[in-house]
Structure formats: structure tokens, C-alpha cells
Design a protein around this ligand. Structure first.
Ligand SMILES: Cc1ncc(COP(=O)(O)O)c(C=O)c1O
Length: 441
């Protein structure tokens, strides 16, 4: 057992991300240690991880294979640049990732996060259009309620109002598709909802408006951060067809759906649609070291690289692109995914998990339940005049009863590690049901 971290006595300096800092620092809840399916607090109370950290520790916590790979690499070489130099493990990690990306998407650009992956994908799409003589294609299309991280590219194509409103101007030349949430037809769907493929046709309207100026469309195959929106049957196929018809690149942001989360290695396999560019992060290293990546179709890579004048072909990169420790963690994490067939485990547990989620249907204030793979969203009726209050209180109740959940607005999102067993599923939905009942008023 690892030693428990000491409790910090000064909480002022750390400006916490996406956190109500004043509320947190008035009543801090700390995680000090993690192992397998659980976190442990400073007081050594177990907290079952219903969210794989932040949708990222898909293989469970503290995996020895990943820890040892990082330790070994740190002793061999801590860092080396990948600008005009190489180191073997970065190439090995890229080749390992490319073994699992959809056919053709075998050129891997390393980043450090999902946000950087989104911005990198957008820049590659623009560079591609320019390289093929379509420099007028400067427009990027996202989707309402989409989340693509916090860079200026990501928040511009993203479709979540609060992430944008403090920051003034965004990227120019951006438009959005409508979201696919159709509760009147699809509430309480199990798996992919039946209605909504036609929502992709809105891309025709944008093409009618903007002509041949659209470079790329970016969507999450399953939108996670907005509160779990599962793609309607046929929607992504339709989007693919329309992108092909109009010379537009299709980018899938698989930062959440990658690495087994919806029952296949990448989500694109599960939904049966191959994008031109695919972003990933989180589960790539099992979150043990920050790393993201963008898998790019060979035709896109070749268009940008092959005919470029001698010299650097793409003026983009991060000091830590392909960082040795992250590369080591990625290789070890992917090996675990393969040896333990984590995607297969997710698929095998999907029905049981869905049963647990949908068992909450008749509880007070539950207005929708959505699921796919090992993801579930439980939408609650918010308290009148107090949006988010009910969900936040349920979050605190669950934590104090030893369960970590995630909330977005009044939606509860669950995404446990893929090593979850049935008794964990029972505990998640039992604890959550009690908390929802306790906040009925
Ligand atoms: C789909 C998607 N894209 C991008 C990101 C941003 O990733 P990061 O927080 O690593 O920058 C997230 C994070 O949740 C995400 O869900």
C-alpha cells in the first residue's frame, strides 16, 4: 500500500481548475491515494471511482505495469526534444497507437492533452485544405453542446456557453450544427436512440450558407462533458456522407470515447464510421502522465508533407510532444488494453451497467437516462431557481458515502474504470439511488 499523502495546510495558492474555489476551500474533499477501482481519502476512507478519474483511468488505478514503465524510462532518459531530433520510444509509442486506430489513420501527432489535440486537429485540417489548393476553406464547424477542451480553437468550435462567455472574441469563421438531444422522442433510450439521424442534414444548410469555405466538421462520437449525449442511429453515417459530398474533413474527438470506453478500442469502430482525423488523450496513458495524440489519415499527412517545400512541413508542435515518460506510459497502457481486452470487458458489462442505470428511472426528479458502453447520463429536474444545486448535493452525498460521480449542470455522468465488476455496479447505483431519494425535495 502506498503511503497516504499528508494533508496540505495551505489551500490558497492552487487556483483550482473548473472548481468553485471558495466553496471547495471552505469544505475541501481530498483524494490521497488510488488503487484498482478506488480512491482513498486522507483519512483512508475508500471512495469507489464511478468516473475513472475524469473519464481517463480506464484500466483502473495504480497499474503496476504502467508505473514500472514510467520509472524505467525516467532512469534511462528523462527528456529529449522531438524538434529535428528523435528518441526511440516516441516512435514506438506512435506505432503502437497506430496499431489500434481505424484503417488509414496511421500518422500520429503527439500533444499533451485533449485540448491540445483538438486545436492540433483543427490546424491540421486547415493546413490540409490549403495544401490541396482549397485555401478558401477556412471555416470550422462544431456542434452545440460539444466539448473540445479549453484552447481558443476548442472553445470556438465547442458548444457550451459558460466555457466561452468570459473570454470575448473566439476564432472567426466558426459555425455550429445543432445538438442531437431530442428528449421528446428519445428519453430513456437504451443505447443509441432511434430518432435524430436527420439532425446531420443541418450540415447541408451550413454548406448552402457558407459554400465551399468549410474545412472541417468536429464532433464527439458520444458527447460526454455536456452530460452524455449518445449519437442517434445513423446520425454519424449521415455526417460522414455529407462531409464526403462537400469536400469537408470529418474530425472525431475521441478524448472520451477512445480506449475502450464504449466497448471498442476507439468509438469510431462501435459507431461504424471512420473519420479523417481522430483526437485522443486521457486513456492513452491511463492518465498516469499527461499525453494526447491526433491520428491523421495518410492522405491528409501526405497532402501536407509530400509536396511541401524542403524544410518543416507543419509549423506546429509542443516541447513535450512524444515526451519519453508519456510515451512509456502509453505503450504500457495500450499493452494492458490488449492483454486484458478492456474494450471487450466494457462490452461484456454494458448490459448489466445499463440495467443499473435504468433502474433509477422511477426515482424522484429523474427525467432521462442515457447509456452506451460504460457511460451513463442521468438527467435530473433541477430545483426551481437553483440550477445545479440538486446534482451538486447528490455529488457531495455520494462522496461522503464512498462513491465518486461527476455532475454537469443537473446531469450525473458515470464512466467507471473498465475493470469494474458487478458488485461495483450494484454499489454505484445503490449509493446513487439513496442520494437521489435523499434530495427529492
Ligand atoms: C471530447 C473532449 N475533448 C477534449 C477534452 C479536453 O481534454 P483536456 O482536459 O485533457 O485538455 C475533453 C475533456 O474532457 C473531452 O471530453
Amino acid at each position: 500500500m502506498n503511503e497516504i499523502a499528508p494533508r496540505p495546510n495551505n489551500l490558497d495558492a492552487f487556483w483550482m481548475p473548473y472548481t468553485a474555489n471558495r466553496a471547495f476551500k471552505g469544505a475541501p474533499r481530498m483524494l490521497a491515494r488510488a488503487e484498482g477501482m478506488s480512491y482513498y481519502t486522507n483519512d483512508n476512507q475508500e471512495v469507489l471511482d464511478g468516473t475513472a478519474g475524469l473519464w481517463c483511468c480506464n484500466a483502473g488505478h495504480g497499474r503496476r505495469e504502467i508505473v514500472e514503465a514510467i520509472q524505467k524510462q525516467a532512469a534511462v532518459m528523462d527528456f529529449a526534444p522531438t524538434f529535428q531530433l528523435g528518441h526511440p520510444i516516441a516512435f514506438q509509442a506512435a506505432a503502437k497507437v497506430a496499431e489500434h486506430t481505424p484503417a488509414g489513420l496511421d500518422r500520429i501527432f503527439f500533444t499533451n492533452s485533449g485540448s491540445e489535440s483538438a486545436d492540433t486537429a483543427l490546424k491540421i485540417a486547415l493546413a490540409y485544405q490549403r495544401a490541396r489548393g482549397q485555401a478558401q476553406r477556412v471555416r470550422l464547424v462544431g456542434r452545440e453542446r460539444g466539448y473540445h477542451g479549453v484552447g481558443f480553437g476548442g472553445i470556438s468550435v465547442g458548444g457550451i456557453g459558460p466555457n466561452r462567455k468570459q473570454f470575448g472574441a473566439q476564432l472567426p469563421y466558426v459555425d455550429h450544427l445543432p445538438h442531437t438531444h431530442l428528449p421528446a422522442q428519445n428519453a430513456f433510450s437504451r443505447g443509441q436512440p432511434e430518432h435524430g439521424a436527420h439532425m446531420a442534414d443541418a450540415l447541408e444548410n451550413l454548406v448552402a450558407l457558407h459554400g465551399d469555405t468549410i474545412a472541417a466538421v468536429i464532433v464527439e462520437p458520444l458527447a460526454g462533458s455536456t452530460g452524455v449525449l449518445v449519437p442517434p442511429v445513423g446520425y454519424l453515417q449521415r455526417l460522414r456522407e455529407l462531409c464526403d459530398k462537400h469536400g469537408i474533413l470529418l474530425i472525431f474527438d475521441e478524448v472520451i470515447t477512445g480506449f475502450g470506453r464504449i466497448g471498442t478500442f476507439f468509438g469510431s469502430e462501435r459507431v461504424g464510421v471512420t473519420p479523417d482525423i481522430l483526437t485522443m488523450a486521457k486513456g492513452l496513458t491511463n492518465a498516469a502522465v499527461p499525453m494526447g495524440a491526433v491520428a491523421v489519415h495518410d492522405k491528409v499527412y501526405r497532402q501536407i508533407v509530400d509536396d511541401a517545400p524542403a524544410g518543416i512541413e507543419l509549423f506546429h508542435g509542443y516541447t513535450y510532444s512524444g515526451h519519453p515518460l508519456a510515451a512509456a506510459a502509453a505503450i504500457a497502457a495500450i499493452d494492458l488494453h490488449v492483454s486484458e481486452d478492456l474494450a471487450g470487458r466494457a462490452r461484456a458489462m454494458e448490459d448489466y451497467f445499463a440495467d443499473g442505470a435504468h433502474s433509477l428511472r422511477d426515482l424522484p426528479n429523474v427525467i432521462d437516462i442515457r447509456n452506451m458502453g460504460l457511460v451513463s447520463g442521468i438527467e435530473l429536474q433541477g430545483r426551481a431557481g437553483k440550477p445545479t444545486d440538486r446534482a451538486v448535493r447528490i455529488f457531495h452525498r455520494c462522496f461522503d458515502e464512498g462513491l465518486l460521480i461527476r455532475t454537469t449542470g443537473d446531469i450525473i455522468a458515470l464512466s467507471p474504470p473498465l475493470i469494474i465488476e458487478k458488485h461495483h455496479v450494484d454499489r454505484i447505483f445503490g449509493t446513487l439511488a439513496d442520494a437521489i431519494r435523499a434530495e427529492a425535495a
